[in-house]
Design a protein around this ligand. Structure first.
Ligand SMILES: [Zn+2]
Length: 81
């Protein structure tokens, strides 16, 4: 098995949404997964996002206003890796 090339935290953050949607291409998916396995701060960020997505999905019918989503993202962005 070959180790996927390491990617920086900011790259993980950039791909995180797509990763959680399961829409990354195979290799990119592997790179993010490998990074998350090693990097605690990215891992907790990913967990946070995953839970947030779950909550939003549970809220169901009412679509979340884009402005709210942006505000949450800005908040998350204040945590540096
Ligand atoms: Zn990281």
């Amino acid at each position: 098995m070959t180790e996927p090339p390491a990617i920086p935290c900011e790259e993980v953050f950039r791909r995180l949404m797509v990763y959680l949607d399961g829409e990354l291409a195979g290799e990119e998916q592997h790179q993010v997964a490998a990074h998350l396995a090693r990097c605690r701060s990215c891992f907790s960020r990913a967990e946070f996002e995953r839970r947030l997505k779950g909550h939003l999905a549970e809220l169901g019918r009412a679509p979340v206003p884009h402005s709210v989503e942006e505000r949450i993202r800005a908040l998350i962005g204040q945590f540096n890796c």
